[in-house]
Design a binder for this molecule. Structure first.
Ligand code: SAM
Length: 192
């Protein structure tokens, strides 16, 4: 199995995985920062980004969380096919119910957009001293920057939540965030 097979599967089965430019940005960052060894991912889907991160260096371990059973089982299968089961731990749980006590050099938030503030508050206490948080989908296909009123109520509420998360990061007294218009919009957050 090769990476392209995962991308093809995701496309054929409508599984949302990181966009090409976004995953390049994230993996390049990890390549440039050799101190990143322990990674926590919220939102595993079929294991695509976890595998992309784990194959960067042999000393990288990824813990990733997925609440959808079908995707979780597919992720297990994919991780095995890449012989990464000793370096990728997949938790089948709702991330907001997971109990972890390890420290992580990078936390990647890529799950339900409506809960980003909750994920951030729950998991940042686990960030190592120089740790970094990546949050994906902050442009949300351009909707978060759209000035015109969004017709669908559900979509409007979701966009409001993402805007709220962006404001939360911008105004956070303890963390400093840079926003990148890469992929679907990525925020990189560090302690001040
Ligand atoms: N990071 C993956 C990649 O790029 O290959 C894509 C993740 S996909 C955008 C988001 C995933 O998060 C979905 O599969 C969804 O089931 C899962 N998810 C959403 N909310 C979650 C939660 N509260 N706990 C665990 N998983 C969640």
């Amino acid at each position: 199995m090769v990476i392209k097979d995962l991308e093809d599967y995701a496309k054929e089965n409508h599984v949302p995985i990181m966009e090409h430019d976004g995953i390049e940005f994230l993996t390049n960052y990890i390549k440039e920062h050799e101190e990143i060894k322990n990674i926590l991912e919220i939102g595993c889907a079929i294991g695509y980004s976890a595998i992309r991160m784990a194959i960067i260096r042999d000393d990288i371990h990824v813990t990733t969380i997925e609440r959808d059973q079908e995707r979780y089982l597919k992720a297990i299968e994919n991780v095995k096919a890449f012989h990464l089961d000793d370096r990728i731990t997949i938790l089948f749980q709702d991330a907001l119910e997971v109990e972890l006590d390890d420290k992580y050099d990078l936390i990647f938030i890529d799950a339900a957009k409506s809960q980003y503030i909750k994920f951030f508050e729950k998991f940042t206490p686990l960030l190592s001293v120089n740790g970094v948080v990546f949050s994906d989908n902050l442009l949300f296909h351009g909707y978060t920057k759209q000035k015109e009123r969004i017709e669908s109520k559900n979509l409007r509420q979701l966009v409001q939540k993402i805007r709220k998360y962006i404001a939360y990061l911008e105004e956070n007294p303890d963390y400093i965030t840079k926003f990148y218009k890469i992929g679907d919009g990525i925020a990189v957050t560090k302690r001040r």
